[in-house]
Design a protein around this ligand. Structure first.
Ligand SMILES: [Zn+2]
Length: 300
């Protein structure tokens, strides 16, 4: 037996349901993401507190506005081993049917190096460029949950080595504020992307991430025949998801830390590719509905 309506394309059904022509859901477009990456890298080194990171913020905000996605700044001053720094997270919101939300996050600062010019095409650039394009895509779809694109400042340590609290300034601040103002309760899951444009993309599972959320990402990659890029191997990673995990928020870090140009002058456009951004874009866009289904079944 068949239902005639089921034969209609989903887009037509959406028009029939609302009576108005909603534009069809957009696909993740790595050409657009690549252009954002190119523009961010062209700004130069973008360490926390620098005029250059303020310039990159202006760019990100303008691009989100062009997609019709409102963004607010979360600004504060923090103490670091090399003095006080002014930090700014950017919080872009796409309202869903529910106020409960999923955060998709990445850092947009680049690591401070004085001895060479570090533009962070992959490390800092890829995550920011990805989130700008993802905002455009999610804005075009109907989401059961609210989608929050969180651009984190100050992921990188200010000192050369990653030690103690001299890192993840933005994520720690965001979680502290969310605890204080009560908005943490509505945060149901966190998806973190970091260093996702490596030309030779191979992402391992992170041992610190939430198991079911990691499974959904890797299962989705397999379903899309992109499992060559999502390796079954596991390794523990400390990143911006740690403060969220500590606060009880299910979180997954999608990161390719096996990157030859990591924290070197070679982390430029030559070391990254649009194809890698497309792979992660396709997987995250396809995984978000699965994550929402899982959260809905948990809530029942
Ligand atoms: Zn880094």
């Amino acid at each position: 037996m068949t239902n005639g309506l089921r034969m209609l394309p989903a887009a037509l059904l959406a028009i029939a349901a609302t009576g108005s022509a909603q534009p069809p859901p957009q696909k993740f477009d790595s050409n657009r993401a690549w252009e954002h990456l190119r523009r961010l890298v062209a700004v130069g080194p973008r360490p926390a507190g620098s005029p250059a990171i303020a310039q990159s913020r202006t760019y990100i905000k303008a691009e989100l506005a062009a997609s019709g996605v409102p963004v607010v700044e979360q600004a504060w001053d923090d103490q670091t081993p090399i003095g006080n720094v002014h930090l700014v997270n950017l919080v872009a919101t796409i309202p869903g049917s529910s106020k409960d939300r999923i955060v998709v996050s990445g850092h947009y600062d680049t690591k401070l190096f004085r001895e060479f010019r570090f533009v962070g095409a992959d490390d800092g650039g890829s995550s920011a460029a990805f989130l700008i394009e993802l905002a455009r895509v999610l804005k075009s779809s109907r989401n059961p949950l609210t989608m929050e694109l969180l651009f984190l400042d100050g992921e990188e340590a200010r000192l050369p080595e990653w030690n103690g609290n001299d890192n993840t300034y933005g994520s720690r601040h965001y979680v502290e504020v969310a605890k204080r103002d009560g908005s943490l309760a509505g945060l149901k899951a966190m998806v973190l992307v970091d260093m996702i444009a490596d030309r030779n993309l191979r992402i391992k599972r992170d041992a610190n991430s939430t198991r079911w959320l990691t499974d959904i990402i890797w299962d989705t990659a397999r379903r899309l025949h992109l499992d060559a890029y999502f390796a079954p191997a596991m390794t523990p990673i400390e990143d911006d998801h740690m403060p969220f995990l500590a606060a009880g928020v299910p979180s997954v870090d999608i990161i390719d830390l096996e990157y030859e140009a990591w924290h070197t002058p070679q982390d430029t456009l030559d070391a990254v590719s649009a194809r890698s951004l497309q792979v992660v874009g396709d997987v995250v866009v396809a995984a978000l509905p699965e994550i929402q289904k899982r959260l809905a079944s948990q809530a029942r």
